[in-house]
Design a protein around this ligand. Structure first.
Ligand code: KMH
Ligand code: ZN
Length: 280
C-alpha cells in the first residue's frame, strides 16, 4: 500500500566547500535555521554532517553532542547522524558517532569508488556498526550506493539479526561516480532485489547532481521515499545554483503532493521507521 512520503533533508554533506557553495549550512546556527525551515516545509528526518570552525568536515564528539542536543531542543525532526563522515575519516571516529546518541545513524553497506576517492566500508566495520547500533537502540538507515550492497545487507541481517526497532529502511544513493547510476531502470532493479530482504522494508532514494529529478520521480512513482539536500545537489537547474536546502525540500514536497503522497509528519515517520514517539 502506498503511503505518504518520508522526506529526509541532507543539508551539508562532507564534500562541498563553503567557499564554493556559500549557501551551505556549516555552523550550528545555520544548521538549526535550515532544520527548522525544512521541518516547517515537510521534512521529517535530518541527515547530519557537521563542520569545524574552518568549515571543514569533522566528527568531533563535543560538536556532535551539541548538534544532537540543539536539534532536539529546536525541532521535532528525527536526528540521523552520518557515520560515513568524509572519505578520510578513520573507522574509530565513525563508530564513535554513535556516542552522541542520535535517533538514527547511516550505515553504508559496502565500499564504493567515490569520484576520485574510495569510500571504504569493510565487512567487519559494517558488522561492528550494525551490532553497536542494536546494542544502543540507534535505528540504522542502510546506505546503498551499488546493487551488491543489498546482497551485503541480506547477509548482515541473516547473520546478525534485524536492527533496533525491527524495521529495515534503506536509502539508495544513486549517481555517485563509481556507484550505481541514477536512472529509473536501476531503481526498479534495486527494488526487485528488496524482495529478498525482510517484508515491510522501505526505501528512500536520492540522485546525486543531475540525476536528482529523475530519481525523485522514479521513487515517488514506485512507492519510495525521498532524500534531498545540498549534500547531494548544489545545482537547482542548468546554470542555477541551489539557493538553500529549503528550495530543494519545497520542490520535493511539491512533487510528493502531485503524486498524492503528501509528506509524513515527524510522528508518522517515527512509526514508519520503528522509532519510539518523541519525548516532547
Ligand atoms: N561523505 C561520504 C563519503 C553517509 O553519510 O553515511 C559518505 C556519506 C555517507 O555521506
Ligand atoms: Zn551523508
Amino acid at each position: 500500500m502506498t503511503t505518504g512520503t518520508l522526506i529526509t533533508v541532507a543539508p551539508t554533506g562532507a564534500e562541498s566547500a563553503k567557499a564554493e557553495v556559500p549557501a551551505l549550512p556549516v555552523t550550528l546556527d545555520e544548521l538549526l535555521l535550515t532544520a527548522k525551515e525544512c521541518e516547517a516545509l515537510g521534512a521529517a528526518v535530518i541527515h547530519v554532517h557537521i563542520r569545524d570552525d574552518d568549515a571543514r568536515p569533522t566528527l568531533d564528539q563535543g560538536r556532535l553532542r551539541d548538534t544532537v542536543a540543539a536539534l532536539r531542543e529546536n525541532t521535532d525532526l528525527i536526528v540521523q547522524l552520518s557515520s560515513g563522515g568524509a572519505v578520510t575519516d578513520p573507522e574509530s571516529a565513525r563508530l564513535a558517532v554513535l556516542d552522541a546518541g542520535p535517533d538514527m545513524a547511516s550505515c553504508t553497506m559496502g565500499t564504493v569508488n567515490f569520484g576520485d576517492d574510495v569510500f571504504l566500508n569493510r565487512w567487519e566495520f559494517i558488522v561492528d556498526l550494525h551490532t553497536r547500533m542494536q546494542e544502543r537502540g540507534v535505528v540504522p538507515e542502510y546506505e546503498i550506493f551499488d546493487l551488491g550492497h543489498l546482497t551485503a545487507l541480506q547477509r548482515l541481517l541473516g547473520k546478525y539479526g534485524l536492527p533496533h526497532g525491527g524495521h529495515v529502511h534503506v536509502d539508495f544513493v544513486m549517481g555517485v561516480p563509481g556507484g550505481m547510476p541514477g536512472t529509473t531502470a536501476t531503481l526498479v532493479a534495486a527494488q526487485q532485489m528488496l524482495r529478498d530482504l525482510p517484508e515491510g522494508i522501505t526505501f528512500s532514494a536520492t540522485g546525486i547532481g543531475r540525476s536528482t529529478i529523475p530519481v525523485m520521480l522514479a521513487s515517488l512513482s514506485t512507492g519510495g521515499h525521498l532524500r534531498v539536500g545540498m549534500e547531494d545537489t548544489v545545482t537547482y537547474a542548468k546554470g542555477r545554483p541551489v539557493e538553500s536546502n529549503m528550495q530543494l525540500v519545497a520542490r520535493a514536497v511539491g512533487f510528493a503532493q502531485l503524486a498524492q503522497r503528501p509528506p509524513l509528519t515527524t510522528a508518522e515517520a517515527r512509526t514508519l521507521l520503528g522509532l519510539p514517539a518523541a519525548a516532547r
